[in-house]
Design a protein around this ligand. Structure first.
Ligand SMILES: [Zn+2]
Length: 304
């Protein structure tokens, strides 16, 4: 014991601990365990720079990377009735909602936007797994309906990015009703002759895979995404058999005819544009440079 350890060291420590260090400077890759610098990871679209593992990405970050110049306009989603069943488990549903809204800065688990991708006008809708597991409640249903209506009004294709643990149990039957409701919304696009492309991201499960996430004209998935109705653990416990390697993962589903493509996140933008332009009879994408989209009659911008 001397004055260095009793006095000087605590003083030095307190000086350093006072300095503000952002908590999430590093992210550990859940696949390979590499510590990744958050800025580098964000620049790589949340794909591990070491093993190519595709981590979750928020709808807002995805749209910023996807739309030309990071510019997009949010499409307003009608607010549903809050807590219609007065649901309570360990916590009240409104409390869970408030916590998720605070953590994510979003209203609910879906974001709708319009903008241009490589000068190709589209409407896009993306599900947010970080918001209560991307669970499908009334808001998500409203978002899909709003996105489809907007796409029809603007005569634009719709791209949907799915990520969900399934239905939102706190909304009970009202959440399950979003399955037929979103199916009808997708049908609106088909009747208008507009392409509907689904990009399945990790994980897309439950009622979402039993409705809008499986109705795309082209079904694309990100590498190694888990896509299923009931998860592998549930199936394994039920049939008491070991499941094959890679079961219900994107590559396995592609091999078995459930998907059209498995595409790396960094190549997704160009591939989506190529597919959309081919489906709408426009010049397909050429690396880097693209002619502007053929003019379509533009109705008035969205209300609100
Ligand atoms: Zn990794």
């Amino acid at each position: 014991m001397n004055w260095i350890s009793n006095y000087v060291r605590p003083k030095i420590n307190s000086l350093f601990s006072r300095r503000e260090v952002p908590e999430n400077l590093w992210t550990k890759c859940p696949e390979c365990g590499t510590m990744l610098f958050h800025r580098e990871l964000a620049e790589n679209l949340n794909v591990c720079t070491h093993c190519d593992h595709h981590m979750a990405i928020t709808p807002r970050a995805r749209f910023s990377a996807m739309f030309d110049g990071g510019i997009f306009v949010e499409v307003k989603v009608p607010e549903p009735v809050a807590d219609p069943l007065h649901f309570r488990d360990q916590k009240k549903y409104p409390e869970r909602m408030k916590a998720a809204q605070k953590a994510t800065g979003e209203k609910d688990a879906m974001l709708v936007a319009e903008g241009e991708m490589l000068r190709t006008p589209v409407v896009a809708v993306a599900q947010d797994f970080s918001f209560m597991g991307g669970s499908m409640g009334m808001y998500v249903g409203n978002a899909i309906v709003a996105a489809a209506e907007r796409a029809v009004a603007l005569k634009r294709p719709l791209i949907l990015f799915s990520a969900a643990g399934g239905a939102r149990m706190q909304e009970g039957i009202l959440s399950l009703m979003q399955m037929p409701r979103s199916t009808v919304a997708v049908q609106m696009l088909k009747e208008a002759g507009l392409p509907y492309i689904v990009v399945l991201t990790h994980p897309t499960t439950g009622g979402v895979t039993a409705s809008y996430a499986m109705l795309g004209d082209v079904q694309i998935a990100e590498p190694n995404a888990l896509i299923c109705f009931a998860g592998p653990r549930v199936i394994e416990q039920t049939i008491r058999e070991k499941l094959p390697e890679g079961f219900q993962r994107a590559e396995y589903l592609l091999d078995h005819g459930m998907l059209d493509r498995v595409t790396h996140r960094k190549k997704l933008r160009e591939e989506l544009v190529t597919i959309l332009r081919m489906l709408t009879g426009q010049t397909p994408a050429v690396h880097g440079d693209l002619p502007p989209a053929q003019p379509v009659e533009q109705p008035a911008p969205a209300q609100g």
